[in-house]
Every structure is written in structure tokens, then in C-alpha cells.
Design a protein around this ligand. Structure first.
Ligand SMILES: C[S@@+](CC[C@H](N)C(=O)[O-])C[C@H]1O[C@@H](n2cnc3c(N)ncnc32)[C@H](O)[C@@H]1O
Length: 336
């Protein structure tokens, strides 16, 4: 492991936000975000003294705190400055053992280069929004409360959800709702939005809820705008694209024996992780037209979770968010 020195920290400025420069802008709601699958994550990633971990989704710092308590050194990334501020303050007591970095996790290669770090021993991505982001109406993630139609995890990102809803061609809205929301009424919702935005641009989350409800009236337990909100959030934050980039980038930076875990909350993401991990942990490929099996050039992992780890019943009843969580973990066995 490469030790993390003050010079490396300095060299990485301006991407780095050091703990002591952070101010908590977040409400002191406790818990900020209950870490999901915490016991399973610790058992599978095995943080320990002498190991360097990257938490690509720092959030409220729940998983990172557990890694730090186990003795690992941790670099925590988040694209949301409010999350960084909160976690930075919360974990300040760990001193040099912890460094917070404002970055998208797809930028892990650049961040590590700027810090002078070649390899890591563990990494975690706990994808999606935090409970705090979801429960803060001003961030615009929730259809349950009225707020600006924003949904950017990184407030400096170029496009908000309102920008997309107000300007994207109908065909693009259709694609977003269909591909990222698997919304069966995608076409009618896209048409309704285009009609409504001619009368008045969309500004708030409830503006969007009202349009969706014209097509999908409320019935049953699921809110009719659930899939449309999920789809827009994925589009605004380029969530599938950055996940694909991050799977490759984190894998490339793992030391032999290093472990990489990804927690997902819906099938669009889980499918990508499952496929990537399976492709990397298959040593031999065979096809009927080949005379003999061939070695897989992408072989690099041992798959530690043939079936994903899911939350226990106790966790599911304590934290409903954990119900859809799936954790998949690989260990780097082979460095190309
Ligand atoms: C589910 S929360 C993580 C919670 C954290 N594991 C904990 O225990 O508190 C996800 C966090 O990751 C951040 N995030 C999501 N996608 C990101 C990305 N592509 N790059 C950096 N941060 C991201 C979000 O801003 C959010 O704060």
C-alpha cells in the first residue's frame, strides 16, 4: 500500500477538500443515512490496518466510518459537496487516516494519479442517492414533497431535471422514461409533458407529478411518478454511464488480493455489475466453433458473491431502503 502523505493531499488540490476546510451545511438529522448491508460489506471487503480503501460514494460516511474503525486508511469521494461537508466533519476525528475528495467516482483514475497512488486494497460503491438527499426537498429528488425540479447530485453539473423536461425533444423523453424507468406509459407521459410545457415551463417536482398523474392516476401502493423520477435522476446524473466507466476504472486500480464491492438498488444497475463481474471472473471461454477453449483476456477476478448479498429481514424492517439492495463483490486475482 502506498502511504498517504500530506504532500500527496496537497498535490491533489483543487479536487481535494480537506477535512478542516469543511463546514457542515447539512441538518444534523440522525442518522444522515443508515449504511445498508454494513455487516456483509465488512465481512466481504475485509478492511484492516495497512490497507488503503476508496469509498466512491461517501454520502453520510457510514461505511467509511466502519472501514476506518477497522483500521484501514480511506479516501472518500462524493460529487455532492454537502455530503462531503457532512461526512468530513463527522469523520474529522480520524485525522490523516481519512481524506475527503470532491469528485465523481468515474474520475478515480485521475484522483489517484493526482494523489500519487498506484493501487488500492479495497473499494466500495453504494450507488444512488442518500436518504438525506432524498429527504431534502430543495434537491428535487422526491415526488413526495414539493421543491425545485433539480435532481443533480453535483450542483455544478450542467443539466437539471427541469432543463431536460423543458427542452428535450419528445422522443428523448420517451427514451429516458422507457430505458431508465421501464415505464410502460412512457409515450403518453412524454406527450403530456410536451403539451404541458407549452402552457408553462416545469419548475417544481409537483409540476411534474401533476403531469404524470394526468396519465397515470393514483392507484395501488406505488406512487405513479416513481419510475419517471427514477428515470430522470438517472439521466441527469448519467448514472449508468458513470457506473460502467467506474467498474472498469476501479478494477484497473485494485492491487492483487484487493476487493471491490458494489451495492445497487435497481435491476438496471445490478445487471451491469453482475455482467461485468461475471465476465471478469470467467477464466476460459468456449464456443462451439472453436477447436478448444481460449483463455479470457479480461480474466482478473475471483467472484466472492455467486449470489448477491441481500439485507436480512431485521435490516429490511429497520431500514426499508435496504429491501432492494444487492451487494456483489470480487477479488482481484490477476493484474494485466
Ligand atoms: C447511497 S449514498 C452513500 C451512503 C454511504 N455509503 C453511507 O454509508 O453513508 C450515495 C452517495 O454517493 C454519492 N454519489 C452517487 N453517485 C456518485 C458518483 N457518480 N460520484 C460520486 N459520488 C456519487 C451521492 O451524492 C450520495 O452522497
Amino acid at each position: 500500500m502506498t502511504p498517504l502523505t500530506a504532500e500527496m493531499t496537497e498535490a491533489a488540490t483543487p479536487v481535494l477538500r480537506r477535512r478542516n476546510a469543511l463546514k457542515s451545511e447539512s441538518p444534523n438529522s440522525t442518522p444522515y443515512h443508515e449504511p445498508v448491508l454494513l455487516g456483509e460489506t465488512l465481512a466481504l471487503l475485509a478492511p484492516a490496518p495497512g490497507k488503503l480503501f476508496v469509498d466512491g460514494t461517501l454520502g453520510g460516511g457510514g461505511h467509511t466510518e466502519a472501514f476506518l474503525k477497522a483500521g484501514a486508511q480511506v479516501i472518500g469521494l462524493d460529487q455532492d459537496p454537502q455530503a462531503l461537508a457532512f461526512a468530513g466533519e463527522r469523520l474529522a476525528g480520524f485525522g490523516e487516516q481519512f481524506t475527503a475528495v470532491h469528485a465523481n467516482f468515474e474520475e478515480i483514475g485521475r484522483v489517484m494519479d493526482e494523489m500519487g497512488i498506484a493501487g488500492i486494497d479495497g473499494a466500495l460503491l453504494d450507488i444512488g442517492v442518500s436518504s438525506w438527499q432524498l429527504d431534502t426537498p430543495e434537491r428535487g429528488f422526491s415526488f413526495q414533497s414539493d421543491g425545485p425540479l433539480d435532481m443533480r447530485m453535483n450542483p455544478d453539473a450542467p443539466l437539471s431535471a427541469a432543463d431536460i423536461v423543458n427542452t428535450a425533444p419528445e422522443g428523448e423523453l420517451l427514451r429516458i422514461f422507457r430505458e431508465y424507468g421501464e415505464e410502460t406509459a412512457a409515450r403518453r407521459i412524454a406527450q403530456q409533458i410536451v403539451k404541458d410545457r407549452e402552457a408553462r415551463p416545469f419548475a417544481t417536482t409537483f409540476d411534474l407529478v401533476r403531469s404524470v398523474e394526468k396519465v397515470n392516476p393514483r392507484r395501488g401502493r406505488a406512487h405513479p411518478a416513481t419510475k419517471v423520477f427514477q428515470a430522470l435522476r438517472i439521466a441527469v446524473n448519467r448514472e449508468l454511464e458513470v457506473l460502467d466507466a467506474a467498474l472498469a476504472a476501479f478494477s484497473a486500480r485494485l492491487n492483487p488480493g484487493g476487493r471491490f464491492g458494489v451495492i445497487t438498488f435497481h435491476s438496471l444497475e445490478d445487471r451491469r455489475v453482475k455482467t461485468f463481474f461475471k465476465a471478469g471472473s470467467t477464466e476460459w471461454l468456449d464456443r462451439p466453433e472453436w477447436p478448444a477453449p481460449r483463455r479470457n483476456p479480461d480474466f482478473q477476478f475471483r467472484l466472492l458473491t455467486p449470489k448477491p448479498a441481500v439485507a436480512s429481514e431485521a435490516e429490511q424492517s429497520r431500514n426499508p431502503r435496504s429491501r432492494s439492495a444487492k451487494l456483489r463483490v470480487v477479488e482481484k486475482t490477476y493484474v494485466h
